[in-house]
Design a protein around this ligand. Sequence first.
Ligand SMILES: O=P(O)(O)OP(=O)(O)OP(=O)(O)OC[C@H]1O[C@@H](n2cnc3c(O)ncnc32)[C@H](O)[C@@H]1O
Ligand SMILES: [Mg+2]
Length: 170
Amino acid sequence: MKIVIGTKNPAKIKAVQSVFVDDQPEYMTINVASGVSGQPFSDEETMTGALNRALAALEQGEGDIGIGLEGGVHQHEHGLFLCNWGALAVKGEQPLLAGGARIPLPTEIAERLKAGEELGPVMDDYAKKENVRKQEGAIGIFSNGEVDRAEMFTHVMKLLKGQYEYKYKK
Ligand SMILES: O=P(O)(O)OP(=O)(O)OP(=O)(O)OC[C@H]1O[C@@H](n2cnc3c(O)ncnc32)[C@H](O)[C@@H]1O
Ligand SMILES: [Mg+2]
């Protein structure tokens, strides 16, 4: 089985590789277009990004399975929240979707995103670190290290793999 992952981000790749251990698949990682803005601003836009990535990965990587993971934010009545979506595409079938855990962003971060900045560089600036998005992520920083970005995406991947097996393997 060949699994094509539509990213080069190590936090996302780690999450995918942590769930398919029994299958011993062949992995390929490629940068694909999300087809949405660099900073998705709703669940719908983030979901679309994940779907586009999964379908592009499947097609361009000629895999059995294509995986797309996308991060974004969604405005709720109680603040601007991190949102994350994953999609798993199988050739000729309807892609599967799953969402990740969500927590609110501090007002100062939310204001910067609304002014047009992207979360990646804003988090590096805020945390005085480099490449937060490839490591613990915003979720890792604001959950005080309880849940990092790879763990959050691992949960998304478990929900995708579980749906895949329920539908096609059992
Ligand atoms: O290389 P890719 O796969 O694109 O990974 P990415 O880190 O850019 O992640 P996304 O495109 O899915 O996320 C959209 C934007 O939000 C940023 N972002 C999303 N989640 C984040 C997090 O937990 N911590 C820091 N930045 C995050 C990210 O850097 C982008 O600017
Ligand atoms: Mg990106």
